[in-house]
Design a protein around this ligand. Structure first.
Ligand code: GLA
Length: 731
């Protein structure tokens, strides 16, 4: 029997169910999106293969011929292309799943039983494929959620058994992809505090390359799960085949990229099984997080725009909504503030013209006041000395100044010097018999424990209950997990997984009660940026590094995976660039300030005030427009990024000098992208510093064709290191 399903036609929610007799021939299951297809095939023995992953073919029946044109020799297993590789039977490659059965046996053999396709809406379909072991009572369901227009796929699985006793899960990946032979280039990221998202590209060699983290919390500090794989040659912005992948998970992840002896690539991604052997009870359902991927045959730009659209439409909290510009006091005051100082800052917030004041760290704890990062974390009562009238008075004062009020918390963590630690040492992640080891003088609370979940939820709920007008939360997470041990859990191997389950439970509860309050995901900078968390957060903090030059590079790399609306960018005193440069860079995402407004020179203040008005006029395009990376700062002296509205009638181009050498500048025109070749455009310079004038002739018109073929020169040079251009259709 051969069955096909295509992306289901528009209309009602439909469910198609396919079950098969044991002696059936073979079953093809193509999952098609706008440009791509992933084709699964159950063979006569019901082994499920992944026979094709790539650009969609015109005739669905052609997928069956794919295998025939490869002459790679024997793989010795007949299952190198398994849709979900199980270990212990014939498999010889890195498995997606590995178990020990209740009777101690280590083999697993997963065979196709049935599949079912349901339509979530016009654009989204969900395929469920049920696999069972013919010998043991264990079942794995593979889920493929496809987003047609965006060419995006989310893939995860659930594992259940009814054996007499427990099954031990040694490995439990969300997915494994199988990509037929060729050559592959991996673009991966590494980092540290203030050095997030450092890219590295290399050709994959035979064997396994692992991207992973074992940090527990602040999990991305050294390595995030996002990556790209280019096929046949390194992809560029507009050319080449490239896959983007990421695990939607905030804890330990592991992605193995295995190039086999026949040059095929297997990408296996999921929760890291490091120190996490999971004991699965009979009847218990283990569900993995989703592995997210998108494939582009036209370079990185398309892939990133697809991911942005997907994120704004389906994942990022309030992805199509509004965001608040803000003034933050972290770098302006650090821990040193009181009511009077804040009162002045609230007035400055209004004067500057942003929507909100964000009170950062240092507002809480009394027995061990939070006057530095060594004490007080965990004691979430207002510090009476600094804030005798509490947060409530500040929220009120903000409102009488005509601005909103937001607040910083770090509810998952505790300083040993705190009342919380004294009262609840059993809530702290620590090895009772070993010396404590601190990250930023703090420890992590045990979110595997429901009492701790209640506490963490309570921190947020209390703030909102007492201050219903509170408009924003910055949720920080500054420490990694050392000495991973839970006083609550019986099985320590469940700790890392149960911690994340606990965190997500808390975030679920918060969102059930406060569905849309904006929350920033922060982790000592960008230590926790992932789509598992971003379904609860409206934005993230990319890095504590706000040096604008560094920021161009950082924001550039984040922009491949995350839409600009989710990137909180603040103007600070980091870096040597003038205020215009710093502000322009911060305007490329969600704009904020963290400066002492009263220290600004008159002209600088005027510039900032005007820039906020300019930003308010542009923000819809920055947040919701299509992003085109025009000139890469890693390969050019000028960085250039365009945001264009869907109608291709209005856009904004950010241009920066990123090299200081004598005489550098935009010597060559920069080719645009994403315009309508047939339209005429006018380009004018905006956001000028008071008293300066533009060198751009805003009266000229250019065809879209010209701008995309020949380009435009923003006239960037050492005297004009930051140039903002507005591009408008002329009718
Ligand atoms: C982290 C954050 C900063 C700031 C401090 C406060 O480092 O990334 O933005 O909030 O904590 O302690």
């Amino acid at each position: 029997m051969t069955t096909y399903f295509h992306h289901l036609s528009r209309c009602c929610a439909a469910v198609l169910l396919f079950t098969v007799q044991a002696n059936a021939q073979q079953i093809n299951i193509p999952i098609e999106t706008n440009h791509n297809a992933l084709v699964l095939q159950a063979d006569a023995k019901m082994n499920l293969h992944s026979i094709y992953f790539g650009k969609k073919l015109a005739n669905a029946s052609d997928y069956e011929q794919v295998g025939g044109v490869y002459k790679q020799g024997d793989d010795y297993t007949g299952m190198q292309d398994a849709a979900y590789s199980a270990s212990g039977s014939r498999n010889l490659f890195e498995p997606a799943i590995s178990v020990t059965h209740a009777d101690g046996n280590n083999s697993l053999d997963l065979r196709y039983v049935k599949h079912e396709v349901s339509k979530v809406d016009d654009n989204v379909s969900l395929l469920k494929v049920t696999l069972k072991d013919p010998v043991y009572a264990i079942e794995v369901t593979l889920f493929y959620k496809s987003f047609y227009k965006e060419d995006v796929m989310e893939q995860w699985c659930s594992i259940r058994h009814t054996e007499k006793g427990n099954v031990t899960l040694h490995k439990f990946a969300s997915a494994n992809l199988f990509i037929k032979g060729g050559s592959f280039w991996l673009n991966q990221y590494h980092g540290d505090w203030a050095k997030e998202m450092q890219p590295e590209e290399s050709r994959l060699t035979h064997g396994i390359k692992t991207l992973d983290t074992k940090l527990g919390t602040r999990a991305n500090l050294f390595q995030p799960s996002v990556f790209m794989v280019s096929m046949d040659r390194p992809a560029t912005e507009n050319e080449g085949t490239v896959l983007y992948g990421a695990l939607e998970y905030s804890g330990n992840f592991r992605t193995d990229l295995e190039l086999d002896h026949q040059d095929n690539l297997r990408i296996t991604s999921g929760i890291n099984n490091y120190a996490s052997t999971y004991t699965l009870k009979s009847g218990e359902l283990f569900t993995t997080p989703a592995f997210l991927y998108t494939l582009s045959s036209n370079g990185k730009g398309v892939a990133s725009r697809n991911l942005h659209n997907w994120a704004r439409n389906y994942k990022l909290l309030d992805g199509k909504g509004n965001r608040l510009t803000l003034l933050n006091n972290w770098e302006a005051t650090y821990f040193d503030f009181d009511e009077n100082k804040l009162s002045a800052l609230l007035k400055d917030t209004k004067k500057l013209g942003v929507d909100m004041f964000l009170l950062d760290d240092g507002w809480f704890a009394n027995k061990y006041p939070r006057n530095g990062d060594v004490a007080g974390l965990g004691d979430w009562e207002e510090n009476k000395k600094k804030l005798p009238n509490g947060i409530a008075a500040l929220v009120k004062e903000a409102s009488s100044n005509g601005v909103k009020f937001g607040i910083w918390i770090e509810p998952e963590m505790v300083n040993p010097k705190s009342e919380l630690y004294e009262k609840h040492p059993e809530w702290v992640v620590r090895e009772p018999k070993r010396e404590e080891h601190y990250f930023r003088n703090q420890l992590v609370l045990d979110l595997a424990n429901p009492a701790v979940q209640d506490f963490v939820y309570g921190v947020v709920d209390d703030l909102f209950t007492k201050n219903p007008a509170l408009a924003y939360i910055k949720w920080d997470c500054n420490a990694v997990i050392y000495n991973a041990h839970s006083a609550y859990l019986k099985n320590q191997s469940h700790f890392y997984i149960d911690y994340m389950r606990g965190l997500y439970k808390v975030l679920e509860r918060i969102r059930a009660k406060y569905p849309k309050v904006p929350m920033m995901l922060c982790s000592g900078g960008g230590g926790r940026v992932d789509y598992g968390a971003l379904q609860y957060f409206t934005e993230f903090w990319p890095s504590d590094n706000t040096d604008p030059l560094e920021r161009i590079f950082l924001q550039w790399e984040y922009s491949y995976f995350y839409p600009a609306i989710s990137s909180s960018n603040h103007v600070t005193d980091w870096g040597k660039q003038p205020i215009k440069f710093r502000t322009d860079v911060a305007m490329m995402g969600k704009l904020g300030f963290d400066i002492v407004v009263s220290h600004l020179a008159e002209k600088d203040l005027k510039f900032c005030q005007d820039a906020i008005q300019v930003y308010n006029g542009l923000k819809t395009i920055v947040w919701q427009g299509d992003q085109y990376r025009l000139s890469n700062p890693r390969s050019s002296d000028v960085a250039s990024m365009l945001y264009m509205n869907a109608e291709k009638s209005s856009g904004v181009i950010f241009n920066y000098l990123v090299n200081n050498r004598y005489g550098t500048g935009s010597k060559l025109p920069i080719r645009m992208n994403g315009l309508d070749a047939g339209k005429k455009y006018r380009i004018t310079e905006i956001n000028l510093y008071p008293g300066t004038s533009s060198t751009i002739d805003g009266n000229k018109t250019y065809s879209g064709d010209f701008l995309m073929q020949v380009g435009f020169n923003p006239d960037v040079n050492s005297g004009r290191a930051s140039v903002l251009l507005k591009i408008e259709e002329v009718k």
